[in-house]
Design a protein around this ligand. Structure first.
Ligand code: HEM
Length: 437
């Protein structure tokens, strides 16, 4: 059988080229794999959800509460189909698994990215994979947001209104961009079919293409090696081959991961669409995006409102807070590989404490995102009495500069302490040698 297939498909060449690839044995390398498993679970559960979801915001009679012949209870078809999915056996569970996996995929991608950053794995020759990874992160978040609004309950409707407003805030071309993206003026009849198209075709297509490129590059350039590989066989690839050793490890991890998500979904419900009801004119207080976009929301909350008219266009706080500021942050992240000027290829994952400035700058960057996310809770901070309307913006702005600065110097101090302890320890053992990179 093997020979028959080989003569036709040259399987042995595939085996030599890809399936013998050595995988380093280290738990931190599972983070990319968890992101990959999440994508697979999302595609499978998404296909099942698509069998019952109706991508339309045309009004239909609510079959759960039809109203009267004179006054039928009309609700958008998309919202109605989400209610119907919730009422099906395992329908609610399917929505929960899809929802929680989306959140876990974003979280896993962020933690995977932190591993790459803090161990210097973005350095030559892996810069291109860092940039592809950045695109993966952006498109993962976009896919999650477009899915979030599909049930078209009042919360989703109000969220869409905010996103439409942000797109329309771009000077000169904003209204045109918003109408092109949302199939007309919000909330036009085509809005849900258009977002559904993004969510199930365009964005997953982009994600799959980028993931394919990410994996091919990783196979071509090989993983960075953990430090123990340096001591075992210098500049040689140390690891277990994909076929057959790494595959069962990955399968086991995938099964455990799927089991954890199912368990999690069984106990933790998702956003209650029945509670918010269909779109209505009743505004929802304190509407918030998911956690990974809360920092943008926080920036919007603390930027003082202003308007500048320039060449017939309007530059306002919404544009600066929700578009310019996130663009600056994302560009800084894209620029990370350019900070390294070394000409040599890097082989070994670096010890973060041997690169204190990079470590401290990364922690300070994350601290600024956390402070901005906390600013997203400004109304709650005021209503609970921690801040008041008069001082909230000032306190949050000071925190935005102070917390990252303190984090930076705090990390530098801790690293200095760790390194002097390590060096003293090595001197005591009489075997002083520069620490592993
Ligand atoms: C969102 C979807 C993503 C998926 C499915 C994914 C998947 C993977 C996998 C499976 C690996 C190999 C295992 C590992 O090193 O953990 C990997 C490696 C890598 N990823 Fe990602 N990744 C994603 C996002 C990102 C992001 C956001 C970045 C950074 C901006 C990134 C940069 C890299 C780099 C540079 C490598 C090579 C690491 C090395 O050789 O040590 N990836 N990715």
């Amino acid at each position: 059988m093997n020979q028959w297939l080989d003569e036709r498909l040259h399987i042995s060449r595939l085996n030599d080229k890809f399936l013998r690839k050595a995988f380093p044995v280290h738990h931190s390398f599972f983070l990319g794999e968890i992101t990959l498993f999440s994508l697979i679970i999302l595609i499978l559960t998404g296909i099942l959800l698509a069998l019952a979801y109706e991508p339309s915001n045309s009004l239909v009679t609510n079959s759960f509460d039809p109203g009267t012949a004179d006054k039928p209870n009309l609700i958008p078809a998309a919202y109605h189909s989400a209610l119907k999915i919730n009422a099906m056996p395992f329908g609610d569970m399917l929505r929960r698994i899809h929802h929680w996996t989306a959140n876990i995929m974003v979280a896993a991608a962020v933690i995977h990215m932190m591993r790459i950053y803090f161990t210097g794995a973005f350095k030559k020759p892996r810069e291109i994979n860092w940039w592809i990874g950045m695109l993966l992160l952006i498109f993962t978040a976009l896919t999650a947001v477009t899915g979030y609004v599909l049930p078209y309950d009042n919360y989703a409707y109000n969220t869409l209104k905010v996103i439409y407003g942000i797109a329309a805030s771009v000077p000169w071309v904003g209204e045109w961009v918003a109408q092109a993206a949302f199939a007309g003026k919000f909330p036009g009849a085509g809005v849900i079919p258009r977002i559904y198209g993004y969510h199930i075709m365009l964005l997953p297509g982009i994600l799959l293409a980028l993931t394919g490129a990410h994996m091919l590059l990783m196979i071509k350039q090989k993983h960075t090696q953990p430090q123990y590989a340096k001591r075992l066989a210098y500049k040689k690839i140390v690891g277990v081959p994909l076929s057959t050793q790494q595959t069962p490890i990955m399968l086991l991890l995938a099964i455990m991961f799927a089991a954890i998500i199912v368990l999690f979904s069984a106990f933790i419900p998702v956003h209650p669409i029945e509670f918010f009801g269909p779109p209505s004119t009743t505004p929802i207080n304190n509407i918030k995006p998911d956690w990974y976009l809360l920092w943008v929301f926080g920036a919007l909350a603390i930027i003082p409102s202003f308007e500048v008219h320039l060449f017939g266009g309007l530059i306002g706080a919404e544009f600066v807070g929700a578009i310019i500021l996130p663009t600056v942050f994302l560009l800084a992240m894209f620029a990370v590989p350019m900070l390294d000027r070394s000409k040599d290829n890097m082989y070994y994952a670096e010890n973060p404490t041997n690169h204190p400035v990079r470590l401290a700058a990364g922690v300070a960057f994350m601290a600024s995102l956390i402070v901005m996310s906390v600013a997203g809770y400004k109304p709650e901070l005021i209503s609970s009495g921690i801040l008041n309307t008069a001082n909230a913006n000032t306190v949050l702005w000071i925190a935005l500069f102070l917390v990252p600065a303190l984090s930076y110097f705090g990390v530098m101090g801790i690293v200095r302490g760790i390194r002097s302890l390590r060096e003293a320890d090595e001197r005591e053992r009489g075997a002083f040698s520069p620490a592993d990179d």
